[in-house]
Ligand binder design. Structure first.
Ligand SMILES: Nc1nc2c(c(=O)[nH]1)N[C@H]1C(S)=C(S)[C@@H](COP(=O)(O)OP(=O)(O)OC[C@H]3O[C@@H](n4cnc5c(=O)[nH]c(N)nc54)[C@H](O)[C@@H]3O)O[C@H]1N2
Ligand SMILES: Nc1nc2c(c(=O)[nH]1)N[C@H]1C(S)=C(S)[C@@H](COP(=O)(O)OP(=O)(O)OC[C@H]3O[C@@H](n4cnc5c(=O)[nH]c(N)nc54)[C@H](O)[C@@H]3O)O[C@H]1N2
Ligand code: SF4
Ligand SMILES: [Mo]
Length: 714
C-alpha cells in the first residue's frame, strides 16, 4: 500500500485553509494543516481535520435516490431522475407558469465555485424570480444599507493600514468570516495586528474570543445596536470628531443626521443596552478622535436582530462621518484576482433603492435584494395558494429544515410541495422530505478555486488558488457534479444557461475545469499557468489605485432618508424596560442571542463522532450569576420558551455571557416531530416567527435578541 501526501485547501467555510492530505488507495486517510500554505500558515479547525470522517460518513448518499410511496428511498439512474424532474417542471411551467418553480442556494452551494451562481442562472433561463439564498437570512442589511445610504466606490481602508477596527456582533476568531477582518489564520493575524498597534473595539453580548483582544469592550443586551450606533454618532458629532472636509464634500444631509441622533445620548443608550455610558464615549473617542484610519464593521449580531437595517445603516454612518474610505491615489487592499475588477473612484455611488423598482414578492410585496427574494417569506410562497405559488423547488447545498426560521412552518411548506429536489452529499433533514436526492462529490473529490464570490471582502490580499480533485469519489458511487443537474434540466427544458456571461453549449456538457476556467477568466495569468502554482499566488504585481472622482460627480451619501428618520423616531419613542422585554403581548426575562461554535458549520458536522464527543448538543450558555439567582445549575435541562414555541436546552455555565442573555447556536435538532434533545440538540429556529416581526425591506426575522423565558424542564 503506497501512501502519498497531496496538497489542497479546505472549503467547508470561507477560510480556505491550506491542508496536507494523506491518500492511500484513492482514499483520504489524513487531513492536517499545511504550514507551507502562504495564507493560512498551518491553521485548521476541528471541522477541517474531520474531513476524512465526513467523506466516508455512513449517512453520505452515494447514488441518486427517489422517494417511494411508502416513504423509503430507492436508487434511481440519474438520467431517469432528471427526465422525471424535467417532465414535472415542464408540466408546471405550462399549468402555473415559471414562477411556480423556485430554488434555494445554501452555504454548501455557495462555497463551491462552479455552483455558486448556477441555480440562479437556471431560474433566469426559465423565467422565474423565485430565487432564495442564505444572503437574505444572513446579512442582507448590508445590501439594504448600500441601497439607502450609498456606497464609496473607493472601498474600505485595508486592515494593515488601519489604526482601529470596531467589530459589532462578529466573532471572526471563531467564524473565520468577517468583512475585511483578516480571516486567514485569524488568531495569528489578530496577534500580528495587535503587535503592530491596531486598536480593537468589540460590541457583543458575549465576551468572545475576538473580544478578548479588545481595547474597548461593550457588552450590551442583544438587539440594542440601533441605539448604541446612534449614541456613538451622537458623541462624535457633539464633540466635532467627524471628518469635516469629507462630510462637506460627500454627505448630503449631515444636519439631519445630527438632529436624528440628538435624543440618543450615551446615558440613554447605556440605560437601554445595559452598558456603562463612559464606555460609549471611550469607544467613540478611540474610533473617531484617537484614530485616523480604520472602519466599523458588523457580523450577524446586529444583522439578525430586530431593526437590522437601521443598525447596519447607522453603523456604516460611523465610517461615513469619519471618512473611513480610501481616497484618490491610495492602493486598494485586494482588487480581486478571479473576479472582474470594480471601478474604484474616490466618489460616492449614490443610493439606488433597487428594491423599490424591482419585481415584488407575491407575499408581503418585498422587492428583490440583489437577485434574491427574501427568505423570510419563502415558506408562505409555498403555502399560500394563488397565481405564482411555488410548487416545485430545488434545494441546493442547504438544510432548510434546520436553517430557515419558523421550523414548523418551513417543514409544513416543504411537505406541501409537489416536487422537492435536494442536491446534497448527505441525507440531511431536508433530503428526508424530498422526492429526489441527488448527491454530488465532496470537496476533495472535485477541482475548485479559492472562493471567488466574496474574494475582495474575505481575503485582504489578491490571492487565489486552484486545487485539483485529490481522490476519486468512493468506489461504486454514482455522483454528478453540483452544476450538472441544472445544466441537464436546462437542456431538457430547451433553454440555454448563461454561465458568468458565457452561454454554455447545451449539447455537450462542460467539464468542471472548463467552468472554473470561465470563473477565473479575469485572472492576470493564463488558466494553465494559474493552475500550476501549487500553493496559489498573491497577484501583487497588478495593483489597483483609487482613481480621482469624475469632475461632475454629484453622488452624496444620504444618511437620513425619510424611512430611516421615521424608524429612528420610533426607536426613540419606545418604552424602555431594560430588564424585561415585551413580545406579542407577553413579557420575557431573557434574550436569546445567536452565536457560532467551532465544532459545527450551521448544520454541518453534527453527524461526525469526534465532533459530537466535543459538542453533544447545542448547549444553552448562561451567566453563572443568573443561574444562582434562578436556582439552576450547569448540566440541568431547561425549557426555553418564546412567543412561538418551546425548545429544550442543557445549561453550560459561561461567565462570558452577559446577564439576562442566553447564548445558543442554531443548526441542531432534526425534524420537529422526531427531535430528541439529548441525541439531536434543539432547533432555535422553532422559536422564531415569520408571521410577525419581519424587518421592512429585507423581511429578516428576529433571529437574535429573541425574547424568551427560562424554566427548569418539568
Ligand atoms: N465554526 C463556524 N464558523 C462559521 C459558521 C458556523 O456555523 N460555524 N457559520 C458561517 C456563517 S453562515 C456566517 S454568516 C458567519 C457569521 O460570522 P459571525 O457574524 O462572526 O458569527 P458569530 O461567530 O456568531 O458572531 C456573531 C456575534 O454576534 C453576537 N451577537 C448576537 N446578537 C447580537 C446583537 O444583537 N448585537 C451584537 N452587537 N452582537 C450580537 C454573538 O454573541 C456573536 O459573538 O460565520 C460563518 N462561519
Ligand atoms: N436560527 C438561526 N438560523 C439561521 C442562522 C442563525 O444564526 N440562526 N444562520 C443563517 C445563516 S447566516 C446561514 S448562511 C444559513 C445557512 O443555511 P444552510 O446553507 O441551509 O445551512 P447548512 O447547514 O450550512 O447547510 C449546508 C448544506 O450543504 C451541504 N453541502 C456541503 N458541501 C456541499 C457541496 O459541495 N455541494 C452540495 N450540493 N452540498 C453541500 C451540507 O451537507 C449541508 O446539508 O442559516 C441561516 N439560519
Ligand atoms: S477554518 Fe476549518 S472549516 Fe474553515 S476552511 Fe479552515 S479548516 Fe476548513
Ligand atoms: Mo451565513
Amino acid at each position: 500500500m503506497t501512501q502519498e501526501v497531496k496538497r489542497s485547501f479546505c472549503r467547508i467555510c470561507s477560510g480556505n485553509c491550506g491542508v496536507k492530505i494523506t491518500v492511500e488507495n484513492d482514499r483520504l486517510v489524513d487531513v492536517r494543516g499545511d504550514h507551507d500554505d502562504p495564507m493560512t500558515l498551518g491553521y485548521t479547525c476541528i471541522k477541517g481535520i474531520q474531513a476524512v470522517a465526513a467523506h466516508y460518513a455512513p449517512d453520505r448518499v452515494l447514488q441518486p435516490l427517489k422517494r417511494q410511496p411508502d416513504g423509503s428511498f430507492a436508487p434511481i439512474d440519474i438520467e431517469v431522475a432528471l427526465d422525471e424532474i424535467a417532465a414535472k417542471l415542464k408540466e408546471l411551467m405550462q399549468t402555473d407558469g415559471p414562477e411556480s418553480i423556485g430554488v434555494y442556494r445554501g452555504g454548501g452551494a455557495f462555497l463551491n465555485n462552479t455552483s455558486t451562481n448556477i441555480s440562479q442562472r437556471f431560474l433566469e433561463a426559465i423565467g422565474s424570480h423565485k430565487f432564495f439564498s442564505t444572503i437574505t437570512i444572513d446579512q442582507s442589511a448590508k445590501v439594504v444599507t448600500a441601497g439607502r445610504l450609498g456606497a464609496w466606490q473607493g472601498s474600505r481602508q485595508p486592515l494593515d493600514t488601519c489604526d482601529v477596527v470596531m467589530m459589532v456582533g462578529s466573532n471572526p476568531l471563531v467564524s473565520i468570516s468577517g468583512y475585511v477582518f483578516d480571516a486567514r489564520n485569524p488568531n495569528k493575524r489578530m496577534k500580528e495586528a495587535r503587535a503592530r498597534g491596531l486598536k480593537i473595539i468589540v460590541i457583543d453580548p458575549r465576551h468572545t474570543e475576538t473580544a478578548k483582544n479588545a481595547d474597548v469592550f461593550l457588552q450590551p443586551y442583544p438587539g440594542e445596536d440601533p441605539t448604541l450606533m446612534a449614541s456613538l454618532l451622537h458623541v462624535i458629532l457633539r464633540e466635532g470628531w467627524e471628518d469635516k472636509e469629507f462630510c462637506q464634500q460627500w454627505v448630503a444631509d449631515l444636519d439631519e443626521l445630527r438632529a436624528a441622533v440628538a435624543p440618543f445620548t450615551p446615558e440613554y443608550a447605556a440605560h437601554r443596552a445595559g452598558v456603562d455610558a463612559e464606555l460609549i464615549v471611550k469607544a467613540a473617542s478611540l474610533f473617531a478622535n484617537e484614530s485616523k484610519r480604520g472602519f466599523a464593521v458588523s457580523g450577524t449580531g446586529p444583522d439578525m436582530a430586530p431593526r437590522s437595517n437601521l443598525a447596519e445603516h447607522l453603523l456604516e454612518c460611523l465610517n461615513v462621518v469619519c471618512g473611513r474610505y480610501l481616497r484618490e491615489g491610495e492602493q486598494v487592499g485586494n482588487p480581486g484576482v478571479l473576479q472582474a475588477r470594480e471601478v474604484r473612484k474616490a466618489q460616492v455611488y449614490p443610493a439606488q433603492r433597487w428594491w423599490e423598482s424591482s419585481y415584488k414578492s407575491r407575499i408581503g410585496g418585498y422587492g428583490m435584494l440583489l437577485a434574491d427574494m427574501p427568505t423570510g417569506v419563502m415558506a408562505e410562497e409555498m403555502l399560500q395558494p394563488g397565481p405564482g405559488q411555488v410548487k416545485a423547488f430545488i434545494t441546493h447545498g442547504s438544510n432548510l429544515v434546520n436553517s430557515i426560521p419558523d421550523q414548523l412552518k418551513t417543514t409544513k411548506a416543504l411537505r406541501s410541495l409537489e416536487l422537492l429536489v435536494t442536491i446534497d452529499p448527505y441525507m440531511n433533514e431536508t433530503a428526508k422530505l424530498s422526492h429526489y436526492v441527488i448527491p454530488p462529490p465532496m470537496l476533495y473529490e472535485r477541482p475548485d478555486l479559492t472562493g471567488f464570490y466574496a474574494e475582495t471582502m474575505l481575503c485582504p490580499v489578491p490571492f487565489a488558488r486552484y486545487t485539483p480533485a485529490i481522490v476519486p469519489p468512493p468506489e461504486g458511487s454514482k455522483l454528478v457534479e453540483d452544476w450538472y443537474p441544472f445544466w441537464a434540466l436546462a437542456k431538457r427544458l430547451g433553454v440555454t444557461l448563461n454561465y458568468e456571461g458565457v452561454p454554455l453549449d447545451m449539447e455537450t456538457p462542460p467539464t468542471t475545469d472548463e467552468l472554473l476556467a470561465i470563473i477565473a477568466s479575469h485572472c492576470p495569468e493564463p488558466w494553465e499557468t494559474f493552475k500550476s502554482h501549487e500553493l496559489g499566488k498573491v497577484y501583487d504585481d497588478y495593483p489597483q489605485f483609487v482613481e480621482p472622482a469624475d469632475p461632475d460627480a454629484t453622488g452624496r451619501f444620504t444618511t437620513m432618508p425619510s424611512d430611516i428618520e421615521a424608524e429612528m423616531a420610533e426607536v426613540a419613542a419606545e418604552p424602555v424596560s431594560p430588564d424585561s422585554v415585551l413580545s406579542n403581548g407577553e413579557e420575557f426575562a431573557f434574550r436569546l442571542s445567536v452565536r457560532r461554535i467551532r465544532e459545527t458549520f450551521n448544520s454541518i458536522g453534527r453527524n461526525l463522532k469526534e465532533i459530537r464527543k466535543r459538542m453533544p448538543y447545542n448547549y444553552a450558555y448562561m451567566n453563572p450569576e443568573d443561574l444562582t439567582a434562578m436556582g439552576l445549575a450547569e448540566g440541568e435541562k431547561i425549557s426555553i420558551t418564546s412567543d412561538l414555541a418551546r425548545i429544550e436546552g442543557i445549561i453550560e455555565s459561561d461567565p462570558t455571557v452577559r446577564r439576562g442573555v442566553i447564548s445558543m447556536t442554531h443548526g441542531f435538532g432534526t425534524l420537529p416531530e422526531e427531535t430528541v434533545y439529548e441525541r439531536d440538540g434543539s432547533s432555535t429556529s422553532m422559536l422564531i416567527s415569520t408571521d410577525r416581526d419581519l424587518d421592512p425591506i429585507n423581511a429578516m426575522p428576529r433571529m437574535t435578541a429573541i425574547p424568551v423565558n427560562i424554566a427548569r424542564w418539568a
